[in-house]
Each structure stands twice: as C-alpha cells, then as structure tokens.
Design a protein around this ligand. Sequence first.
Ligand SMILES: Nc1ncnc2c1ncn2[C@@H]1O[C@H](COP(=O)(O)OP(=O)(O)OP(=O)(O)O)[C@@H](O)[C@H]1O
Ligand SMILES: [Mg+2]
Length: 236
Amino acid sequence: MLLSVSDLTVAYAGVEAVSGVSFSVGEGELVSIIGANGAGKTSILNAVMGLIPSSGGRIEFDGTNVTRLPSHLRARRRMRIVPERARVFAHLTVRENLLVGAYGLRKAIDLQKKLEWLYGFFPVLEERSAQLARTLSGGEQQQLSIARALISDPKLLLVDEISMGLMPKLVETVFEALRDLNREHGITILLVEQNALASLRISNRGYVLEAGRIALEGNADALVRDAGVREAYLGI
Ligand SMILES: Nc1ncnc2c1ncn2[C@@H]1O[C@H](COP(=O)(O)OP(=O)(O)OP(=O)(O)O)[C@@H](O)[C@H]1O
Ligand SMILES: [Mg+2]
C-alpha cells in the first residue's frame, strides 16, 4: 500500500474528532472517504499531511513511518494536499501560483512542458494565466489549487472537498480531470467528499465516515448500490 493509516485518532482540546480510523490507499488507486459535515474528513486529511498532530495511530507512506514527520518532509516524499476551500496566493497571478507549486523541487522538471500539460487539463488557467488569483471565481481557484499541487509531480494527491461551492457542470469537469489524472497518468488520489455520488463514481474503493469512525467500506460501485449509503448520502 502506498498509504496505510491505522488507528488514527485526532483530538481538539481533548475532544476526539477522529477515533481509531484505519484505511489504506494502494499505488495507482483512487479512494474516497465520504461523510457528512463534521464527520472528521478534513481532520483525517490534515493529519495524513502532517498539518495537524494526531493523538494516536500510525501513518505509513511509501514504505516509511511518517507519523511524526513534519509536513514539509512528507511533501518532500511527494505527498501533496489540495486543501479545503482552495487556498491560492491571492496577490500572485495564476502562472506565479503554479510556479510556487514547483518551488523547492529537488528534481529539475521541464516547467514549460508541465504548464502546458496542466493547461490541457484546466484550459481556463491558460486563458487567465496573467490574472491575479484573487480575481478568479471560486471554481477557477479550485482548479488552480489542484494544478498547483500537480506541478510538483506528486506520488499521492490528497484532495479535500473539491466539489464545495462548484456548480454541477464544473463538479463534473473537475472530477473528470481527477479521474484522468488517476487513470491516464497513474497519480494515486485520496479524496474526501460530501458529494458521495460524484466521488464514488470515479473511485475504486470508498470508506464511509460517521462521527469520526469508519462505518462502512468497500468497492465504490458496491457502496453506490448499498441501500443505507443511498439513503444517507445519495438522497436516492
Ligand atoms: N481546530 C479545531 N478545534 C476544535 N474542533 C475542531 C477543529 N477542527 C475541527 N474540529 C471539530 O472536529 C470535528 C470534525 O471536523 P472536520 O473539519 O474534520 O469535519 P469534516 O468532515 O471535514 O466536515 P465538513 O464536511 O464540514 O468539512 C467537528 O466536530 C469540528 O467541529
Ligand atoms: Mg472538511
């Protein structure tokens, strides 16, 4: 497994938000963790990236125990996060934001080629490459946030609620891009999402998170067919 998380616990001021959660993501897989508001999705993703401390459990990434590694050292091992509510550098242009994503890379990459590849996925970013990021629409900022994480050639991409605030058409576009990145370019992706149907549709496997615990797990198509999941998360 590229990522193995066992018994992860996250607490805020002594109150557990995530209670002994275990899951894994294999190399080349696209895996979703779905759950309602406050279920603990962001807490899990931030703990995996090392942005917040875990209070228990073990996180193994690419054969290494990273549980106690600071986030920049996890990033150096090519783990990247697209945080909740796309955070972009407001006063930099789109292109500059992308270049920041490539800053500090050890391996020299052909930036121009990489930019062209990203613009292929997200054409709007090319149209707006000279525009200040703060003047982008929310959906454009989400796309920029993904592209910025991708420019560094991640081994594992963690994506937090990318569908938030996007109109349905754009949700489709962004999820298709994630699916292609996974299927055509072999990027391993862990999504956390409230939008259960859109995320399970592109996933290999999924986990259902309820109040900080995994309630259900399985193949994505089995979860989509599961009566309980359909009622609770899919509204059908
Ligand atoms: N910094 C914090 N301090 C205290 N409590 C927190 C903090 N961050 C999150 N929590 C609590 O932990 C629980 C899980 O929050 P989390 O953000 O992980 O949920 P989520 O599944 O990402 O929700 P959403 O779908 O709304 O983004 C919630 O009850 C939340 O109030
Ligand atoms: Mg969240």
